[in-house]
Design a protein around this ligand. Structure first.
Ligand SMILES: [Zn+2]
Length: 242
C-alpha cells in the first residue's frame, strides 16, 4: 500500500550539503532563479552565510540580523538551499504545537522515519525564537560552529506567520540536517529566520513525504578541492542548526 501523503513523483531538491557549510564553503554558487525552479517552499542560507533564506509561495526572502526581511534577487547566488513542491492535498487543522511536538506529529502522520518530509505550517504563534547569522565574515572564514556562536537571536511574541522546511532521516546527517529543520517568516514578511523553537496556538499543517531526493553539488574549485571529512559532525550540526 502506498500512502496518500507520499509524493512519489516529486523530489526534494538540495543545493550543496550541510557538510560543505561546516567546512567553510560559504560562497554563493547557485543563483536564486535556479533554486526556485525546483520548488515553491524551502530554506537555505545566503552568500557568505550572511542571512537565512525562506522560500514560501514561490518567493525567496532573506532574513539578516538587524535588518527587515528583503526579497532576494533572482541572480543572487546561494551556497546552500533545500526546496520542494508541496501538494496541498494533505492539510490538517492543528492546535498548540512546539518544535518537538511538530516532529512527533509529522512522524505519526507519515508513519515512517525513512523518507524526507516537506512541511508548511501557517498559523497564530504565541512565540517564535529565530536566529540569524552575525555580520558577514571575511576570508579566511571561521568554522560554522564558531560563526554561529555569535548568532543574533530574536524572540518574536504573538504573531501570525508561516514555518517552512523539512524533516530528514538521521542517515542523511551531513548531507542535510537530520531531524526537523525549519525557517519562519511572519505574515507581514518583515521578521523571520532559522527557527530554534516556537509555540503555535493553532493553524493549518501541510505536509508531504518524498521518495525522491536530488542533490546538486557545486562544481567550484573550492568544492572540488575541499576535504569534506568532518569530525564531531552530529554535535556540530546540532549546535549550528538545532
Ligand atoms: Zn536553517
Amino acid at each position: 500500500m502506498i500512502m496518500r501523503a507520499v509524493q512519489r513523483a516529486k523530489s526534494v531538491t538540495q543545493f550543496s550539503t550541510i557538510n560543505a557549510l561546516l567546512v567553510g564553503l560559504y560562497d554563493g554558487v547557485f543563483p536564486v532563479r535556479e533554486v526556485m525552479k525546483c520548488g515553491h517552499i524551502g530554506l537555505g542560507c545566503s552568500d557568505r552565510v550572511s542571512g537565512e533564506v525562506i522560500v514560501v509561495d514561490g518567493e525567496c526572502y532573506l532574513a539578516r540580523g538587524g535588518e527587515a526581511i528583503a526579497r532576494m534577487r533572482s541572480d543572487e547566488p546561494v551556497p546552500f538551499a533545500e526546496v520542494a513542491d508541496l501538494e496541498a492535498a494533505d492539510r490538517i487543522e492543528t492546535g498548540a504545537l512546539d518544535k518537538e511536538r511538530l516532529t512527533d506529529r509529522l512522524l505519526s502522520l507519515v508513519r515512517s522515519r525513512n523518507l524526507f518530509i516537506g512541511v508548511r505550517l501557517d498559523g497564530e504563534f504565541d512565540a517564535v525564537t529565530v536566529r540569524r547569522p552575525p555580520p558577514v565574515p571575511h576570508k579566511p572564514y571561521p568554522p560554522l560552529v564558531d560563526l554561529l556562536a555569535h548568532q543574533d537571536e530574536e524572540h518574536i511574541a504573538g504573531c501570525t506567520g508561516t514555518l517552512v522546511g523539512f524533516w530528514a532521516p538521521k542517515e542523511y546527517q551531513g548531507v542535510t540536517v537530520a531531524g526537523l529543520h525549519i525557517h519562519f517568516i511572519d505574515a507581514d514578511r518583515k521578521r523571520g529566520g532559522h527557527v530554534l523553537d516556537f509555540r503555535l496556538k493553532g493553524g493549518r499543517l501541510s505536509y508531504g513525504a518524498y521518495t525522491g531526493v536530488s542533490i546538486q553539488l557545486p562544481a567550484t574549485q573550492a568544492f572540488l578541492g575541499a576535504d569534506l571529512a568532518y569530525r564531531d559532525i552530529d554535535a556540530h550540526i546540532h549546535q549550528s542548526e538545532g
